[in-house]
Design a protein around this ligand. Structure first.
Ligand code: NIG
Length: 411
């Protein structure tokens, strides 16, 4: 089954071969065949297909790739949010509230909540997302979180090192995370993450968990420099992490380090989370400085019930433009291709060259995400607008008018 999408007023491809930040084309058409993109070019040259959809001059772009979410949870933290808006600072301790609710929830309730939020993501144009464990914090609860996440998400990250559970000895808990807990979740996850922050895990504990994850064949992620200066960014770059996320508090050297990490091949993506910065009333991450220095950034929602209860990538893109001073092209690229790079999904990767130990990591070759080009997974969104500029020009307006994921029309 093939579908010709034509009448595209503005096509954002993110294909470097087409030039500019976003590989933009006018009066374009795209053909989807099965789950992949089969043809991209001028509408006047388009080949025939089984089905034809004319989008009437609207803008088409890759689906959002949300590379940082925490969607396996139960419960609600409205009261904590209200207190914050009344002046209370955010503290990592709020995680414990969600841990208690998550442990008490049934598998069906957790899967149902994930499904609800995944549908919300899709309706907003997000065609691929990562999600994390981290609200279970026992071997059994982290394992079931990883299983539930793996049934729905495109990428799953193990975040046993989210918080030391109440009443537990910190050193013994790190032993557990780096030992039995990691071993239990391994077949279900692609990456390991650690909340490296005052009040969560210090540098030595973070290093230990990341080293264990790396030895097990997982990609590395770090929650770093979220609530204040700290060792997270330095550690992430030193260990070759795929991403370091939050990055709100960066000095000149850390910005340089992130940029330089790309000098000899793949480096560490700096993932900015604008909705979280706003919702916790923290400074916005210095996305402009990062891009100017040459770093690779991703924009993600950080959807979770504590610090960022939104699934709207469009909101994050608008904030990145209006408040972080990115151009629309930079923000759209960071929210699509940037996320794909953070997840290691921007290029097709042969099964043989992927890490062999993590069960999910040893899976079949993956088509690439974040670009509209031949061979990529057929993930794209149509805006009810003539150009991507409207994402910032009309903030808060739901502009998603159609979405294809893996070749299937889902909105
Ligand atoms: O990315 N920083 C740590 N983890 C989440 C917050 C989780 C929560 O407060 O429940 C974050 O912001």
């Amino acid at each position: 089954m093939s579908t010709l999408i034509t009448g595209i007023g503005e096509l954002t491809t993110n294909d470097e071969a087409r030039g500019g930040t976003t590989g933009r084309m006018r009066d374009a058409a795209v053909v989807l065949e099965g789950d992949a993109i089969a043809w991209v070019g001028a509408a006047s040259d388009a080949p025939p297909a089984d089905e034809r959809v004319d989008v009437g001059g609207r803008a088409v772009l890759p689906g959002w790739v949300d590379s940082h979410t925490h969607l396996v949870f139960a419960g609600d933290r409205t009261a904590e949010f209200e207190a914050r808006m009344a002046g209370e600072p955010y503290a990592a301790g709020g995680i414990g509230t969600t841990v208690a609710a998550t442990r008490a929830a049934s598998d069906a309730a957790l899967a149902g909540n994930l499904e609800r939020l995944a549908d919300e993501l899709l309706r907003g144009g997000t065609t691929a997302f990562e999600t994390k464990t981290g609200y279970g914090l026992t071997v059994a609860d982290e394992l079931r979180s990883a299983r539930i996440a793996g049934a729905r998400a495109d990428a799953v990250t193990f975040l046993g090192a989210h918080l030391v559970p109440d009443g537990e000895d910190a050193a013994a808990y790190v032993d557990l995370v780096a030992g039995d807990m990691l071993e239990a979740v391994l077949p279900h996850v692609d990456a390991v993450d650690v909340f490296c922050e005052r009040g969560a895990f210090d540098e030595a504990a973070s290093r230990r968990v990341l080293a264990a994850g790396r030895a097990a064949g997982l990609a590395l992620r770090v929650h770093g420099n979220q609530l204040g200066p700290g060792p997270g960014v330095r550690l992430a770059v030193e260990l070759g992490a795929a991403s370091v996320d939050h990055v709100a508090f960066l000095d000149h050297d850390e910005v340089r380090m992130l940029a330089d990490s790309w000098a000899h091949g793949r480096g560490t993506v700096a993932t900015v989370l604008p909705a979280c910065d706003l919702s916790t009333r923290m400074p916005l991450a210095p996305a402009r400085r990062l891009i100017d220095a040459g770093a690779t950034i991703a924009i993600a929602t950080n959807a979770n019930p504590g610090t960022s209860y939104t699934t709207s990538m469009a909101f994050c893109v608008a904030t990145a433009v209006l408040q972080m001073r990115l151009t629309v092209e930079e923000a759209v690229r960071a929210a699509t291709l940037g996320g794909a790079i953070a997840l290691g999904r921007d290029e097709p990767v042969a099964a043989a060259s992927r890490p062999a130990i993590g069960g999910r990591a040893g899976a079949a070759p993956l088509p690439d995400l974040g670009r509209i080009r031949v061979g990529a997974r057929a993930d794209l969104q149509v805006l009810d607008a003539p150009s991507i500029t409207h994402l910032a020009y009309r903030p808060g307006v739901p502009l998603t008018s159609a979405v294809w994921r893996a070749g299937a029309r889902v909105v």
